[in-house]
Unconditional design. Structure first.
Length: 558
């Protein structure tokens, strides 16, 4: 394997990857004729039998995924004896170079594409429910409950968050990102599936791919972006969850009335292809390369991005921020603990051992709160607005305008995180979002008829929650050391999806989709609890950055 001029790495088995990728694209294309032929029925494909091209396409997709996965798995996976000792970080005072700008653009694109997948669930649910005759819950008539769609999708994202967190440490960040991109392409066939059961299967796979992209992206950025810029850059990139919401709602408003809900799924093919086309600008983790003996490739990437290697680190540099200081203060010997963990593995267990236990509790509580809002209030808001009298196009337009109205909050949050305080930024944003949800819980139905207040308050749960998720993703990638960073980031993403799974399970067995008031209250309570937990267990990361290269002092608020 050799280093690319733009900082990317060639594939382990290039012919296998590109052959598999072409097979996947061809397989999706073979699903389109049936969709096009259903235009005279407004693309209502329910009950249609799969034709020969569609069956052939499914076979190509299965074979293509196997080939692309093989093409991405690096040779010689066994880690070198340095695996437990190698640490890579971007130098704190390194300049922000053209390579960093290119990386930020590509990762922004990746995160936006990734976020559009689960967001699409809320916009396809009304149309899918009408086409397949879905009901609110299980009933004796044999109708499928509409909540099964988000349940399968969110179950996939939970599994994907943890699986991709492990995969990023196992086969590399870059390979994991590209594998998710190929799966985005293949799961676009959800838009051409003639039965609801096939839609559920494809939705599960879509969630599996989407669940791991954000934590992997942030883990990679944590190694590449200079310390003084890292926080605000990651918040800005993560804030594209709000941009993804605006794009998805705009596409729904413009395309769904003409091409049905199915077009939103089919857009997964061109967006996935775009991500793969940008692969030369996605570098591999230098830490991963060093740990596997690929010194020349690692050095070239580290030089390009201004990253440096720490071997046998001190507790201060190893355990980010106050976590490291806590180790020093307690007198624990971090290197010995690291060697024990390296010898015994441990999966996600190290996240809940000192000095990270309190931090992980804060991450879990806040992540669950975000998930309950995102997959409770946000997921059902298009359906709830239509239930309150807004037409589908008007409801989508309202959500688009609200997300655009609140988009500047992302830039404000990035400045707060980078210049003020990571911990206090989380607390302030979470409290404001909870306040907006409380307002909806008491007067949600009346707000549907007051467009001004509707737009303003909707910006809180939509953009506010996306921004908190971005801040949490950046925060979790900074507070955990390199050796468990992907797992730590995967934890923060996974528990958020887990909150969504809990909500949708309740809806599957319940009597009806909850009202706008109920979903708002369901999100407000855990966010208010999260404010207290973060205040108690959260630590500052900016103080660590300010004292890079010097012993970390115990933060006053730790």
């Amino acid at each position: 394997m050799r280093t690319r001029p733009m900082g990317g790495i060639t594939f382990a088995h290039p012919p296998a990857f590109w052959t598999g990728f072409i097979a996947c694209v061809a397989g999706v294309a073979l699903h389109l004729p049936m969709y096009i032929d259903s235009a005279d029925m407004h693309y209502m494909m329910r009950g249609m039998s799969m034709d020969a091209p569609m069956i052939t396409g499914m076979a190509l997709i299965v074979a293509g995924l196997a080939l692309t996965a093989y093409g991405l798995i690096p040779r010689g996976l066994a880690a070198s004896r340095r695996d437990g000792e190698v640490r890579v970080r971007a130098a704190h005072d390194a300049p922000f170079r053209r390579a960093h700008i290119g990386l930020v653009i590509v990762m922004t694109t990746a995160v936006t594409i990734d976020a559009m997948k689960p967001i699409t669930l809320s916009f396809v649910a009304p149309g899918m429910g009408k086409e397949y005759g879905l009901k609110s819950a299980l009933n004796p008539g044999g109708h499928w409950p509409v909540a099964l769609l988000p349940l399968f999708g969110l179950t996939g994202t939970v599994a994907g968050s943890f699986l991709w967190g492990w995969l990023g440490d196992r086969i590399g960040r870059r390979s994991s990102i590209l594998l998710a991109g190929v799966m985005f392409v293949t799961t676009a066939v959800c838009g051409a599936m003639p039965s609801f059961s096939w839609n559920l299967a494809m939705c599960l796979l879509m969630g599996l791919a989407a669940g791991g992209m954000l934590p992997i992206t942030f883990s990679l950025l944590a190694e590449m972006i200079p310390g003084r810029h890292r926080g605000w850059v990651m918040v800005l990139i993560g804030g594209n969850l709000a941009l993804a919401y605006a794009i998805t709602s705009s596409l729904s408003s413009a395309l769904v009335p003409h091409y049905s809900w199915r077009i939103l799924w089919l857009l997964g093919m061109p967006t996935g292809v775009l991500l793969i086309a940008l692969n030369h600008w996605i570098p591999e983790s230098p830490r991963f390369l060093l740990a596997h003996g690929r010194e020349d490739e690692a050095r070239a990437i580290m030089t390009r991005y201004g990253a440096v290697e720490d071997v046998a680190p001190t507790p201060e540099t190893e355990a980010a921020g106050a976590a490291g200081a806590a180790v020093a203060a307690s007198g624990a010997e971090a290197p010995a603990e690291e060697r024990r963990e390296a010898a015994h593995g441990g999966g996600f267990t190290p996240l809940f051992r000192p000095p990270f236990a309190g931090l992980s509790i804060a991450v879990v509580v806040l992540g669950l709160g975000i998930g309950l809002v995102t997959y409770g209030f946000q997921l059902w808001i298009p359906s709830n607005l239509q239930k309150l009298g807004l037409a589908q196009k008007s409801a989508d337009a309202a959500l688009r305008d609200s997300s655009l109205l609140g988009l500047p909050l992302v830039f404000v949050a990035a400045a707060m995180y980078g210049l003020w305080s990571a911990k206090k930024t989380i607390i302030v944003l979470t409290a404001l979002t909870a306040a907006a949800l409380v307002a909806f819980s008491f007067s949600g139905e009346s707000l549907a008829h007051d467009r001004t207040w509707l737009y303003v308050l909707l910006a809180g749960p939509i953009v506010g929650t996306a921004t908190i998720a971005a801040v949490l993703a950046a925060y979790s990638s900074e507070i955990y050391p390199t050796r468990i960073r992907s797992r730590g980031s995967g934890l923060s993403a996974g528990v958020g999806k887990l909150g969504g799974v809990v909500v949708t399970i309740v809806l599957v067995v319940g009597a009806t989709v909850p009202s706008i008031n109920t979903t708002a209250l369901l999100g407000a309570v855990p966010l208010l609890l999260a404010v207290l937990v973060v205040a108690a267990f959260g630590v500052e990361t900016r103080k660590r950055a300010a004292s890079a290269g010097a012993p970390a002092a115990q933060p006053a608020d730790a």
